[in-house]
Design a protein around this ligand. Structure first.
Ligand SMILES: NC(=O)c1ccc[n+]([C@@H]2O[C@H](COP(=O)([O-])OP(=O)(O)OC[C@H]3O[C@@H](n4cnc5c(N)ncnc54)[C@H](O)[C@@H]3O)[C@@H](O)[C@H]2O)c1
Length: 256
């Protein structure tokens, strides 16, 4: 699909990779709707983008909130041809830590945002995509891009919940791509390595440095714009479907 003139919904659009993707796609002529819980940051991001960008406050874990948000986005910028799910949290904790077993709610929360949140918005976006006319000779109606993580494959100690949530995002890619194939809707996932976003910059500088030197090449943290460029390529390349792409400078994370 050619990006100019498409509508893209981006969850987690107020920060990091979601914000970078929103700005990047808008810069290539897409109308974008940014969904996030952070109303202030959303306003700032859409003001920076200008033009047709719309900000919709949405908690992706909540069915009604997402239904309302997707209806509002469709009214403002049109039904989407692209969904990029970037909303996520990275809360860590050992299964059994110094204070005893991890509270069950801590596990549930991560699954609820990263996995259920991605599914929640995907089901709604795909339903809207299915109502639209095909865009080209291939019969394409849209593409869903979910965000996994290299933690889906090489999770570290303390990442049981995060890795489980991202592993499940990886696992649903193929069955959903198969289900949507008749409608001309592709489903892809990106598994980023260590990317320089607010999620990461909360960590102490020495932790960030130690992570950066673990990347074989290039020896640095990834740039959110590099994620946005991969999104661009996935949108434009119709043969990419049902697959997970690692974007990680060849890092294979160690146990800790
Ligand atoms: N930064 C990394 O190194 C890295 C690596 C691998 C995967 N990821 C994944 O990439 C995605 C984007 O991460 P980022 O680094 O840009 O993070 P970020 O913290 O900069 O942005 C995440 C955004 O998600 C929003 N969000 C959180 N819970 C939400 C909810 N319930 N409903 C709606 N929005 C919600 C936050 O408000 C925030 O704006 C996440 O899924 C993350 O797990 C990040």
């Amino acid at each position: 699909m050619k990006i100019h003139g498409l509508t893209a919904v981006i969850t987690g659009g107020a920060s990091g990779m979601g914000a970078a993707t929103g700005a990047y796609l808008a810069g290539r002529g897409a109308r974008v709707a940014l969904l996030d819980t952070n109303a202030d940051a959303l306003k700032k991001r859409t003001a920076e983008i200008g033009g047709d960008a719309c900000a919709v406050v949405c908690d992706v874990t909540d069915a009604e909130s997402a239904e309302r948000a997707m209806a509002e986005a469709a009214k403002t910028v049109g039904a989407p041809q692209v969904l990029v799910n970037c909303a996520g949290i990275a809360d860590a904790g050992r299964v059994v830590g110094r204070k005893g077993p991890l509270p069950l709610e801590a596990f549930t929360k991560v699954i609820s945002v990263n996995l259920i949140g991605s599914f929640n918005v995907m089901r709604l976006a795909a339903a809207q995509m299915m109502q639209s006319e095909p865009l080209n000779e291939d019969g394409e109606r849209g593409v869903v891009i979910n965000t996994a993580s290299v933690s889906a494959f090489d999770g570290q100690i303390g990442q049981a919940a995060y890795s489980a949530s991202k592993g499940a995002v990886v696992a649903m890619t193929l069955p959903v791509a198969r289900e949507f194939a008749n409608f001309g809707i592709r489903v892809m996932a990106i598994a980023p390595g260590i990317i320089h976003t607010p999620m990461l910059s909360g960590m102490p500088a020495e932790v960030q440095e130690s992570l950066a030197v673990q990347v074989p090449f290039p020896k640095r943290l990834g740039d959110p714009v590099e994620y946005a460029k991969l999104v661009e390529h996935i949108i434009e390349n119709p043969m990419l479907n049902g697959e997970v792409i690692r974007m990680d400078g060849a890092i294979r994370m160690q146990a800790k």
